[in-house]
Ligand binder design. Structure first.
Ligand code: Q9C
Ligand code: ZN
Length: 597
């Protein structure tokens, strides 16, 4: 369906006109090098180019006060001295005679992107804008930002298209101040126990939103610099994605700041540009694929363009590169992860069981491998295996990226040349259980959900198992091929299958092989499209999973986390962390408008 790219050279036509060390990194080259890199990589040609427009007063007033807008309107006519003085009333921002024009274009670009996605002209897209937006408040410029582009876009989308649920994912390294406007706002940010700019108490994990908005503000404070790919991906798997799937957004907006990438002078983090391919991919099956990314920060002129290219390439449907050195989250990240999950467990059923710490280990796990290995002896299985090998060889030669194969038995063999990764879904009648088996040939991992409830009635339980168990395992295992087995009696509904397939395409550079039992006919129509990267249909709002299922899942995750670091959600010293929910002090300069959900 296409990917929109919005860019206009006009937004490079303002800059800092005086000496200010705090602002010198926000330069026009940020946009020029980024756009240049997109051209070099042939990505501009593959995108649908959408023109910018100026946001109207009415658009801007969706978020900002009239007094503030009127004040900014005067800046094009100010002298240098007046501009300097005007700037002084705000923090870490500068004005220029052309910045009002650019700020209108930046907000307008975000709105054009929303329109292109909501009218179905494209599936998703990215807007390259200056000035950024997420720090600006109702009546104040701040942190290089004049108007809050994404907050305006969110309100506009709700108003114009009647959307109920908008998810804003702010992966910029700074805490955005404008997210209070609505809906579900997720932000991770360099915090260092409130030592880092903007040093707000309200950026901490226990600021969860107020009144009707409680639980809709998810803050992840990074209390150390140097966070890596593993830290980012575990946050996605164990916090953002479970909540996002439960929230079930109609639209996903990304405050796409790349100062969270390696080499950035502001962020001082160590995540590599390719992690943004995965962050993007993991969001692309929400909201039926409707995702709008709007540039925010990013000041390293090498990692910024590389990260934007990774993002756009993924939006276009290219397979994400194998994630580099996922060695598990660091202790400080785990502490943040644990605190966020604890602070939000009362609002999200997917996090309800987040703080279970000790278990009775007498839960029994059925071994099913023997059952499956019996298939090896079967000649039909061997025939199937040879056609599979032919498919896999094609994949190895890059002739095909993914494939599917219908068969009646499943040849599971130990002696293959590949690091196989088997998420295997089945329903074993004699055991009365749904089974998810992750087989790495050295350990069998199974989650047994309750067998009585199958299909979409337990979609949330299934989703949680996929997000918090299967995905992190998959990322850490780093398979060269994903083999996905669907038995006819798996009891998992088609939508869920498409979600699962879509999410797993982020592994193994998209090399996914689906095996289906032949009588699973209905899936034949839809599977190829999810293998080709089409967005999975949204799951609609899901019922809470059965507590015993979530507990079983948590127990399993707990048992396995000694071997699989990406499954961890608490640090070694987790018991010593004091969850402080007694802070009710807020610092909001931006009157929160109660979330309407
Ligand atoms: N070294 C955006 O990324 N300066 N704005 C902080 C601490 C403000 C960043 C100074 C940084 C604003 C959109
Ligand atoms: Zn930033």
């Amino acid at each position: 369906m296409g990917t929109a790219l919005i860019h206009d050279e006009e937004m490079t036509k303002y800059k800092l006109l005086w000496v200010d060390p705090a602002c010198k990194i926000e330069v026009p080259e940020r946009l020029t090098v980024t756009y240049e890199a997109l051209i070099q990589n042939g990505l501009t040609d593959r995108c649908v180019s959408v023109p910018v427009r100026e946001a109207t007063d009415a658009d801007i007033l969706l978020v900002h006060s009239e007094e503030y807008l009127e004040a900014v309107k005067k800046t094009p006519y100010m002298t240098l001295e007046d501009l300097k003085e005007f700037t002084l009333q705000y923090g870490d921002v500068y004005f220029h005679p052309n910045i009002y024009h650019c700020a209108k274009l930046a907000a307008g670009a975000a709105l054009q992107l929303v329109d292109s996605v909501m009218t179905g002209k494209v599936r998703n897209g990215m807007a390259l804008v200056r000035p950024p937006g997420h720090h600006s408040m109702r009546s104040a410029a701040n942190g290089f930002c004049v108007f809050n582009n994404v907050a305006i876009a969110a309100r506009y989308a709700k108003q114009k298209y009647g959307l109920k649920r908008v998810l804003i994912v702010d992966w910029d390294v700074h805490h955005g101040q404008g997210g209070a406007v609505l809906v579900l706002y997720f932000s991770w940010h360099r915090y260092e126990h409130q030592k880092f700019w903007p040093q707000l108490r309200e950026s901490d994990y226990d600021s969860v939103g107020k009144d009707k908005g409680a639980g809709f503000n998810i803050n992840v404070p990074w209390n150390q610099v140097g966070m890596k790919n593993s830290d980012y991906l575990s946050l996605f798997c164990h916090v953002l994605l479970p909540v996002a799937y439960e929230f079930c957004p109609d639209l996903v907006l990304v405050c796409a700041g790349f100062d969270s990438a390696i080499g950035d002078p502001e962020g001082k983090m160590c995540a590599t540009p390719d992690v943004f391919a995965h962050l993007t991919h993991l969001l692309m099956n929400l909201a039926g694929g409707k995702l709008c990314a709007v540039l925010e920060g990013g000041y390293n002129l090498t990692s910024l363009p590389q990260s934007v290219c990774q993002t756009v390439q993924t939006l276009l449907g290219d397979p994400a590169p194998r994630p580099a050195n996922l060695d598990g989250p660091c202790e400080s990240a785990l502490e943040s992860l644990h605190c966020v999950r604890s602070a939000h467990r009362q609002y999200w059923s997917s996090l309800k069981h987040a703080v279970i710490k000790s278990f009775h280990m007498n839960v029994f796990f059925h071994l099913i491998r023997e059952t499956l290995l019996k298939a090896e002896a079967d000649s039909v299985a061997l025939a199937t295996l040879s056609s599979l090998i032919a498919l896999v060889e094609k994949m190895e030669k890059n002739e095909v990226q993914s494939g599917y194969h219908a068969c009646c038995v499943f040849p599971i063999r130990r002696d293959c040349r590949y690091r196989f990764f088997f998420p295997l879904l089945t329903c074993l009648h004699e055991l009365q259980a749904d089974v998810i088996m992750f087989n790495d040939f050295s350990s069998d991992l199974q989650w047994l959900g309750s067998g009585r409830r199958c299909g979409c009635s337990d979609a949330l339980g299934f989703t949680q198992a996929v997000l918090s168990l299967l995905l992190p395992l998959g990322y850490e295992y780093d398979p060269s091929l994903v083999l996905l087995v669907r038995m006819s009696d798996s009891g998992v509904c088609d939508n869920m299958w498409q979600q699962l397939t879509g999410l797993l395409l982020g592994l193994a550079q998209g090399r996914t092989l689906v095996l289906m039992q032949v009588n699973a006919i209905p899936i034949l129509d839809i599977l190829p499209s999810s293998l080709l990267g089409d967005a999975a249909p949204s799951l609609r709002q899901l019922d809470a999973p059965l507590p015993e299922d979530v507990e079983a899942l948590e127990r399993l995750r707990h048992r396995l986390q000694a071997d699989w670091k990406l499954l961890q959600t608490t640090g070694e010293h987790a018991d010593a962390i004091l969850i402080n929910t007694a802070h009710h002090q807020t610092y909001s300069q931006f009157p929160p408008i109660t979330a309407s959900c």
